[in-house]
Design a protein around this ligand. Sequence first.
Ligand code: HEC
Length: 105
Amino acid sequence: MNKRTTSLISILLLVLFVGAFLAACGASQPPATASTGSQPAATTPDGQTLLQERCTVCHNLNRVTSAHKTADQWTTTVERMVGKGAQLDTQEQQTLIDYLAQTYP
Ligand code: HEC
């Protein structure tokens, strides 16, 4: 085995070792911030995050931020956007509608 091959193998082993180490760390971490309290369900992002992530796929946020609607009207709009293809489950729709109705009344 020449010197080059040997050093290649040590690099490979090092990478494998670091990878395994990181994986072990990740696995042993407690479920992230699950117990911080105020958030209702740890898996549901907040309204602002939902708006920025799910409502900017087809148009920018100007459409949203320049609108002023009641909770009922926001419900209709969000349902309409879901009909067009916005990716939101029922829980996320509710979170977003609450956020919109509060922020852009
Ligand atoms: C699949 C594409 C798509 C996604 C995702 C999407 N929209 Fe839209 N949106 C449109 C299109 C197309 C229009 C313009 C045509 C219309 O109004 O029907 C529009 C128009 C709008 C309008 C202006 C018309 C109105 O009813 O006041 C608002 C407000 C709006 N979208 C909000 C949102 C929000 C909030 C989200 C996130 C839940 C969202 N959109 C996600 C496609 C989308």
